[in-house]
Design a protein around this ligand. Structure first.
Ligand code: SAM
Length: 171
């Protein structure tokens, strides 16, 4: 196939591999609150338990999930509610209302018991379907020259700091 020709391949259907349990029924923080002491538990379906071997040696994991209870359609541009009418593209944002509503959170492992992973605060509703877990590997994943992008241009730094720390709102 020549360059520039797009071949549309059928996508696989992803089946949840577990369920995420959080204290949040309908409202959740915009991003994980790491020092929230409540229980956050990822229940992997028991048949996948062998896949957890070695994970306990990591301190942090990536959690990927289906943002399954969205009440609004995907938007290509979004105005984060904590900004002053700023519009950015959905792919330059963490908005949950995206063409493929897949969420990504980095959380700390508290402990693993059987097929349940107890973690630090997650920013999802109770019952959110789990799609995948991957280890966060310092050497691979820490980018020391990462920046704030458009977020760094916002003037209300105090408000921004609250949201970066995951303070809930009505998003
Ligand atoms: C802004 S998203 C960020 C998700 C993830 N940390 C990310 O960056 O991909 C987090 C918001 O998604 C919404 N949310 C969380 N779980 C959801 C679910 N299962 N269905 C619908 N909306 C959900 C909540 O409003 C929460 O504040």
């Amino acid at each position: 196939m020549g360059l520039g020709t797009t071949q549309i391949k059928p996508m696989p259907t992803f089946t949840p591999i577990g369920v995420i349990h959080t204290p949040y029924a309908q409202k959740a923080p915009y991003q994980p609150v790491e020092d929230d002491t409540q229980e956050f538990r990822i229940d992997l379906n028991p048949e996948y338990e062998p896949g957890l071997e070695g994970l306990q040696k990591f301190r942090y994991i990536y959690v990927l999930y289906h943002i399954h209870q969205l009440q609004r359609p995907a938007e290509l541009t979004v105005a984060p509610p904590w900004t002053e009418n700023l519009q950015v593209g959905v792919f330059a944002s963490r908005s949950p209302a995206r063409p493929n509503p897949i969420g990504l959170s980095v959380v700390k492992i508290r402990h693993i018991q059987g097929s349940s992973i107890y973690v630090s605060g997650l920013d999802v509703f109770d019952g959110t379907p789990l799609l995948d877990i991957k280890p966060y590997i310092a050497e691979l994943d820490t980018k020391t020259d990462a920046n704030l992008g458009w977020v760094g241009e916002i003037t209300d730094a105090e408000h921004l700091a609250l949201h970066i720390r995951g303070i809930p709102h009505d998003f």
